[in-house]
Design a protein around this ligand. Structure first.
Ligand code: HEM
Length: 136
């Protein structure tokens, strides 16, 4: 990213895909349907697993690899359809500004120990990330 800050937007999409902070939502089927060969009846409760969808091997090459230049990153970490995340543009802007402001001030940045992730099955994120960096 230091070499090519133009990668910041695709890095952000990959970070949001990789972490998928909102794990799932529920939906009620409002009509009979069939999805990937599975029959869904009107009234069925469905758990939409964004985390799983963002690692679907049928969609992603090397889904477990973090690629800051992943092309056409059509992840669904912000949901999809009528209730798609209203804050997605603010979230992307905050992440972009953070990295645009930070990068010029650091020479290197890396893990300095083991990170821990908050255990939660709905919304989660990092709890503790030990970092080491060199100023530019
Ligand atoms: C990385 C950050 C964020 C992630 C991963 C995220 C993810 C999501 C997801 C998965 C949904 C449900 C979409 C669906 O049901 O299809 C949602 C809905 C929503 N999000 Fe976010 N969100 C983020 C940040 C934000 C921020 C910063 C705001 C507000 C400032 C926000 C406001 C909302 C609102 C209001 C909804 C409900 C929309 C509706 O029901 O019509 N989100 N978000």
């Amino acid at each position: 990213m230091k070499a090519g800050p133009s990668l910041i937007p695709s890095m952000i999409e990959e970070a949001v895909r990789g972490t998928t902070p909102v794990k799932h939502f529920m939906r009620n089927a409002c009509e009979d349907a069939e999805v990937a060969g599975r029959k869904i009846a009107k009234g069925d409760l469905l758990m939409l697993s964004y985390y799983s969808a963002n690692r679907d091997e049928a969609v992603w090459d090397d889904p477990y690899i973090f690629r800051i230049d992943r092309p056409d990153n059509g992840h669904i970490a912000f949901g999809h359809g009528a209730h798609v995340c209203l804050g997605q543009f603010l979230a992307r802007m905050e992440l972009r500004l953070f990295w645009e402001e930070l990068l010029p001030h650091i020479q290197s940045l890396g893990l300095d120990g083991e990170a821990t992730i908050h255990p939660a099955n709905f919304i989660n994120g990092p709890e503790f990330i030990p970092l080491a960096f060199e100023m530019a």
